[in-house]
Write a protein that binds this ligand. Structure first.
Ligand code: AMP
Ligand code: ZN
Length: 116
C-alpha cells in the first residue's frame, strides 16, 4: 500500500534496522523501544490486521504461523532462558497504531501483567 510506513520499510524506501528478512517476512527494531529488545515482525505483503492474515490463510500458505515462528525464534535468541513476550495489537481497542500487521517481540526485562 502506497501510504503505509511498513510497506515502505519492506520496500527499502524508508530506513530501518532490519534484523531478519526472507521472501515473505521482515523483522525490524522498533523506533521507540519498550524493552531492551523490541522488534517488529511483519509480512512483506500488506495486511491491515491479524484478522486479515487469518482470512487469507488459504492463499498465503499459513503466513500467520510463519510470523509466529519467526517472532518466537527472535524472542528466543534475545530472551534466552528468561523468556520473551509477543504482542499483536489489533484494531482501535487493541491499541494498533500502524495499520500493517506486526508482532511485537519484547525481551530483556521482566514484563508485567495485566497490560494497560
Ligand atoms: P502498534 O501501536 O501496535 O501498531 O505498534 C506500532 C509500532 O511501530 C510502535 O511501537 C512504533 O514505535 C513503531 N514504529 C512506528 N513507525 C516506525 C518506524 N518507522 N520504524 C520502526 N518502528 C516504527
Ligand atoms: Zn503496509
Amino acid at each position: 500500500m502506497s501510504d503505509c510506513v511498513f510497506c515502505k520499510i519492506a520496500a527499502g524506501e524508508i530506513p530501518a534496522k532490519v534484523v531478519y528478512r526472507d521472501e515473505g517476512v521482515i523483522a525490524i527494531e522498533d523506533l521507540n523501544p519498550q524493552a531492551p529488545t523490541h522488534l517488529l515482525v511483519m509480512p512483506v505483503e500488506h495486511f491491515a490486521t491479524l484478522r486479515d492474515v487469518a482470512l487469507a490463510a488459504n492463499r498465503t500458505d499459513r503466513l500467520g504461523a510463519t510470523l509466529i515462528d519467526v517472532a518466537s525464534r527472535l524472542g528466543s535468541e534475545h530472551g534466552g532462558d528468561r523468556g520473551f513476550r509477543i504482542v499483536v495489537n489489533t484494531g482501535a481497542d487493541g491499541g494498533q497504531t500502524v495499520g500493517h500487521v506486526h508482532l511485537h517481540v519484547l525481551a530483556g526485562r521482566a514484563m508485567s501483567w495485566p497490560p494497560g
